[in-house]
Design a protein around this ligand. Structure first.
Ligand code: LLP
Length: 433
């Protein structure tokens, strides 16, 4: 099986694969491998597909896009979305520092995450973010207390756990009762009542996120209906809202999934909210994967072909430390030979990396006509690829390149061997034991 998703920015003329106007062979020559390669056109097209739905017929804005930067936090990518008008959904001081580094307006940032530390809350309060998406009652108390100490007011929304089954991989499903995320549905109204009494918190919105790689609109409509019901009850209790954050999670095509088109998906949800009488609320989308997933590939080179009795292995120079999704979720990523070689026999391979784990595989049962030294492109790797990469087996992280037509820009240098242990120290033996 080697199903190839429809791609913007990447193409093949049946002999060779290109990113925009440059062949991936030329990218490998210039930047070496493994390298993440992104298409600017693909990033922009995905963003514009959301943006198109964000306006009412009279031209006024009804929704905003806050890029879930955990999916890809490279500064150049953040900068591209910032210039296109995005806000950001972030989950740590590190992510906040990244957007500050490129001059993002803090008022365009929402802070999600179940374990915000005291120092992270202080940092965010001092900058004056748009909103904290509060994930538990103790967190609400902590935010109120720190805001009081700093003499500031915290803008908050509660992340509602709507107890909806998004029918996605259990590791990336977040809106079920037994997930660690959000405030239990039945506790939401009492918690808003507590928040309303807090001297240093200002209620701004309602928030929700039900999972990731969701390829059907219905779980969103179900979650929305539950949340709109809560908003009505809360309004009757005198609590009003400025925004409704419906999270991220729209899936992409990795193989043969059939998610709705981004604009159609966003319009369906926004029209539903308006039809239910909540058109006055600013709606926030927090997409990650659907903005970057199919805008990036991982370019790698074949080191060895290793035939076996039951399996043939194609050993490449990228590994689970570069792209963790297959080993972590058994995720499928299409894998293509950058140059097709009709003279070679097609063989079935497991494409694996050099890391010392049997779980270090990038693709299983792939039919490829390849030889050592050939390049492979692992597709749909723009989301949760580089951002989840690690140094396991003391491997430096891959380079990252963004291509704009015929120009390739290095946006992250390959980590050097010296980078790997530059922060480590050996213990000097005591001179007089
Ligand atoms: N908002 C919140 C609060 C989230 O937790 C997430 C993702 C998003 C937005 C963005 O969701 P997206 O549009 O990307 O589906 N590492 C996994 C995915 C983890 C998603 C975690 N939350 C993977 O590689 O599939």
């Amino acid at each position: 099986m080697n199903l190839i998703p429809p791609l913007t920015g990447f193409s093949t003329n049946h002999h060779e694969w290109f990113v925009e106007d440059i062949s991936l062979t030329d990218i490998a020559k210039e930047f070496n491998t493994p390298t993440y390669v992104y298409s600017l056109e693909a990033l922009t097209t995905a963003f514009m597909a959301y943006d198109k739905a964000c306006f009412r017929k009279d031209g006024s804005r009804r929704a905003n896009i806050h890029f879930a930067m955990k999916s890809n936090s490279n500064l150049a990518i953040l900068d591209i979305f910032n210039r296109l008008g995005a806000g950001f959904d972030l989950v740590s001081a590190g992510e906040l520092a990244r957007v500050m580094q490129i001059g993002v307006n803090p008022k365009k940032c929402v802070f999600s995450g179940v374990g915000k530390s005291k120092s992270e809350i202080e940092y965010a309060l001092t900058l004056g973010l748009k909103c904290f998406n509060v994930e538990s009652i103790p967190e609400l108390y902590r935010i109120n207390q720190i805001a009081g100490q700093l003499g500031l007011t915290a803008n908050i929304s509660l992340r509602v756990n709507p107890d909806i089954d998004a029918k996605t991989h259990p590791y990336i499903s977040t809106g079920l009762k037994d997930n660690k995320f959000g405030i239990a549905y039945e506790d939401v109204i009492p918690t808003y009542m507590i928040a309303q009494q807090m001297p240093h918190c200002k209620i701004k919105g309602v928030d929700c996120h039900i999972g990731s790689q969701i390829t059907d609109t219905q779980p969103y409509i179900d979650a929305l209906n539950r949340i709109l019901g809560l908003i009505t009850e809360l309004q009757d209790l005198g609590i009003t809202f400025e925004h409704l954050d419906i999270g991220g999670g729209l899936g992409i095509v990795y193989a043969d999934e059939s998610p709705p088109h981004i604009t159609e998906f966003a319009n369906t949800l926004l029209d539903h909210i308006e039809a239910k009488g909540f058109g006055h609320l600013e709606v926030i989308f927090e997409p990650g994967r659907s903005l970057v997933g199919n805008a990036g590939i991982l370019l790698t080179e074949i080191e060895y072909l290793k035939p076996g009795e039951t399996k043939n292995f194609c050993i490449v120079n990228a590994a689970m430390n570069d792209l963790m999704r297959p080993s972590m979720y058994e995720a499928y990523h299409a894998i293509v030979a950058v140059k097709s070689k009709e003279n070679l026999p097609v063989r079935n391979y497991d494409v694996v990396g050099p890391v010392c784990e049997s779980g270090d595989w990038l693709g299983r049962d792939r039919d490829l006509a390849v030889e050592p030294g050939d390049l492979l492109a692992i597709l749909s790797a723009g989301a949760y690829g580089a951002s989840m990469s690690s140094n396991y087996n003391s491997r430096g992280r891959a380079a990252e390149v963004i291509v704009n037509k015929a120009q390739a820009h290095l946006v992250r240098e390959r980590e050097s061997i010296a980078d790997l242990f530059s922060k480590e120290h050996i213990i000097k033996p005591a001179s007089n034991p």
